[in-house]
Design a protein around this ligand. Structure first.
Ligand code: SF4
Length: 226
């Protein structure tokens, strides 16, 4: 019996999957909560399919998927709050909608699991870009609609013939979303230009920044000015 299962990044244990604890530091309870969160998002996608998406469901599904990307959040309390939030939204749209059990995906036939995982991990990445673009006020309804289509497919009994086109569409949507984030960033902060930076090692303390959240970076620079 595995303590957890996650194989979503290149650090994954033995190149096959983290099953005892995450190489990244993710614990089994966090992995379980992230699975619950994705399962709740699949339930929400099914509820939206029966009713209609709203600005609130769009924002919620982007934030929730982004939260499950590697190293974004290992905080159990905030993950529980997010699961409750997605579940509440889902119940308001369709009281009969149920969360998807991610164990079904991890234990599925390997071809189906591979295709569904390509779609799922793909939309997690798209959600990160779309979430950051939305913070700057930029959205693309085609990108937003795809989250529901993709998650509904992951939680449905589909064959390779139906999943393969969705894998390709995930790539197309990802490209569109990268263009959206680029537009959001360049229209908000200007076109990046090569800039000389000092390479001398100063005495700490330091704040090390990675990633593509330019809005957070701006806030941080403002707060540490001087
Ligand atoms: S995200 Fe963490 S737990 Fe998942 S595969 Fe990567 S290292 Fe392992």
């Amino acid at each position: 019996m595995k303590d957890m299962f996650c194989f979503q990044c290149e650090q994954t244990a033995k190149g096959t999957g983290c099953e005892v604890s995450g190489v990244c530091g993710k614990t089994p309870p966090v992995a379980d909560l992230q699975d619950k969160l994705v399962g709740a998002c699949i339930g929400l996608a099914k509820a939206v399919k029966k009713t209609a998406a709203t600005e609130a469901t769009d924002a919620c599904i982007k934030k929730a998927l982004f939260t499950t990307v590697t190293n974004v959040s290992f905080d159990e309390e905030s993950l529980k709050i997010m699961v409750d939030c997605v579940d509440k939204m889902k119940a308001e749209l369709d009281p009969a909608a149920v969360d998807y059990d991610m164990a079904k995906l991890w234990d599925d036939n390997e071809d189906i699991r591979s295709l569904k995982t390509l779609i799922l991990l793909g939309v997690k990445g798209v959600a990160a870009y779309a979430h950051h673009a939305a913070i700057l006020g930029y959205k693309d309804p085609i990108v937003d609609a795809f989250f529901y289509e993709a998650l509904d497919a992951v939680g449905s009994d589909l064959g390779m013939g139906e999943l393969l086109p969705l894998v390709l569409k995930t790539g197309e949507i990802n490209l569109a979303c990268m263009a959206l984030l680029d537009k959001a960033n360049t229209e908000t902060y200007g076109t990046p230009v090569p800039t000389e930076v000092p390479l001398t090692i100063e005495k700490g303390p330091f704040i090390i920044i990675t990633g593509h959240d330019l809005h957070d970076l701006k806030l941080l620079l403002e707060q540490t000015e001087g």
